[in-house]
Write a protein that binds this ligand. Sequence first.
Ligand code: ATP
Length: 252
Amino acid sequence: MPSVVQVNDLRKRYGEIEAVRGISFQVESGEVFGLLGPNGAGKTTTVEILEGLRKADGGSALVAGVNVFTDPSEVKRRIGVQLQASAFPENLTAKETVDFFATCYDLDVDALALLRLVELQERAGQRQEKLSGGQRQRLSIATALVNSPQILFLDEPTTGLDPQARRNLWDLIRGIKGRGTTVFLTTHYLDEAEILCDRVAIMDEGRIVALDPPRKLIDDLLARGFTKPVLQQQANLEDVFLDLTGHELRDT
Ligand code: ATP
């Protein structure tokens, strides 16, 4: 299987700022790949270049087999990008929103099937303003899937969600991966990356400083002699919350 994303020596500068300093990596078909890093590391710049939204200064990038530099429009047709639900046209129901995006791609899709996939079939006729934060995120993922993309880009998908809604979204992302769609995730939540990602790239100051499965990165750290000063407790407040309120789907 060829890589879905192939990036080689990618560079981008904004005036004096070297936002991306010659990074190279590949995303394999079917994996959940995480791009992590502190604020200003260059993640958004990198992702927007891969989505065909921003021009790079050097290097090369192939996404879904298409050269991002020379054919950004074709890249956009082949990928799914989760938009913030606040960017959706107002006054549309969940089903109309999915239909609207399908029309933008000039596609005829089974909107209800997509809503079923994200467990929003019961909300098909409801306007977005009536949806919870978790439901809006799931709706935005449904819209990102209208063109059956080879790769789905998710930018901070669980920011602002409560623990149950986050876990529901994690299950959904696993389900999308289970259907064979590659997922490219950026997140600030390291627990999320550890649980969901097959491999993570850690970016800092425009460079990739590590790229491996999370478990390997942790094992390597331990092999270097790292120990935590305080033994981690066996449960935390989030575990209490979930134990008392349940793990099941509750943001519907
Ligand atoms: P965050 O997690 O805060 O979103 P990031 O890792 O996504 O950060 P980028 O947004 O790619 O990082 O920014 C990388 C660097 O490039 C930062 O120093 C940022 O200030 C700078 N930068 C980003 N976009 C622009 C722009 N349009 N013009 C000038 N500088 C920019």
